[in-house]
Design a protein around this ligand. Structure first.
Ligand code: PMP
Length: 307
């Protein structure tokens, strides 16, 4: 990943990709206190644009504030840097990772005088999964690891350290032969996937967990708005139990990188199937709400509907 051409934005300067290094005593490396975003650029009919970059940048600055960090750049400057990151690296379909971290001025939890740094790296990203995989969907395992609790961490902040929990859950599921994991909150209600929000459809109504243990996903918000405003589907944000996912008519996960991916199986139960029915590994039905939302999301992201 590091031995390649390109430019990384760092505190307002451009570093050649290979020289974008940091000190081994960088505080965030030791304690995980930092935050980041995952933003996507699409090449649409009228050129390249960053999808919902204002919302991503706002969430980044909210994370910074919630963690009681401080950055010397405002939203406008960070958005401009993200735009320049695309042009400098000659990218059109891309993934960007703005990250805020503490410097190496001190170690320990009581370290004083730490400087805060911002970096933005971007790389080429076409389709995250193949069209076949996006249609056939994921087999997931409910995790034995709980997702964060509001009084253990700041669930709205996209904190680097949060992803230890995501990786424990995802790695366990992947080692057991699954594609993804569904994590429950500490009380046992459905929270989210390892790095994506989750939705289910039952009797024509969409349901998604309320934002307590899960991240306030921007794709989640796009999907809620598309469902309500374009498809006229009711969406309820509430507590959801895992058996509701087992017995859903449809289920899917949402995220900037993954976009909208069907959940075809959870804990060995075929979602959308009924007891005794066969479990086909076939593409989701073109009349499904999941397929309709995928198509809409594709149109919205690839059309230049704005940042
Ligand atoms: N939950 C977690 C834990 C994530 O890492 C992500 C990806 N950022 C999401 C949900 C989805 O959020 P978004 O749609 O904003 O990418």
């Amino acid at each position: 990943l590091y031995d390649r051409d390109g430019w990384i934005w760092h505190d307002g300067e451009w570093l050649p990709w290979r020289e974008a290094r940091t000190h081994l005593l960088t505080h965030t490396l030791h304690y995980g206190m930092g935050c980041f975003e995952g933003v996507r650029a699409y090449h649409g009919a009228r050129g390249t644009h960053l999808f919902r970059v204002a919302e991503h940048t706002r969430r980044l600055l909210d994370s910074v504030h919630a963690l009681d960090m401080d950055v010397p750049f405002d939203a406008g400057e960070l958005i401009e840097a993200q735009r320049q990151c695309l042009t400098r690296n000659d990218l059109s379909n891309a993934y960007l990772k703005p990250t805020v971290y503490f410097g190496a001025e001190g170690l320990g939890l009581r370290a004083k005088g730490l400087t805060t740094h911002v970096m933005i790296a971007a790389w080429d990203l076409g389709d995250y999964v193949s069209p076949e995989a996006a249609s056939i969907g994921l087999r997931a395992l409910t995790s034995s690891w709980s997702r964060h609790h509001v009084n253990i961490s700041l669930c709205r902040a996209k904190t680097n350290g949060h992803y230890v929990n995501s990786m424990l859950a995802l790695n366990t599921a992947v080692k057991a032969g699954f594609d993804e994991t569904i994590m429950l909150d500490p009380e046992g209600y459905v929270a989210e996937a390892s790095a994506a929000n989750v939705f289910l459809l039952r009797d024509g109504v969409l349901h998604t967990p309320e934002i307590t243990s899960c991240l306030q996903g921007i794709t989640r918000d796009s999907v809620i708005r598309l469902a309500r405003e374009v498809l006229g589907i009711e969406v309820r944000e509430r507590r959801i139990t895992r058996d509701e996912l087992y017995t859903a008519d449809e289920a899917f996960v949402t995220g900037t990188a993954a976009e909208i991916l069907p959940l075809r199986e959870l804990d060995g139960r075929h979602i959308g199937g009924r007891a005794g029915a066969p479990r086909p590994d076939r593409p989701i039905h073109e009349d499904s709400v999941t397929a309709a939302l995928q198509a809409l999301y594709r149109r919205v992201t690839r059309a230049d509907l704005g940042d």
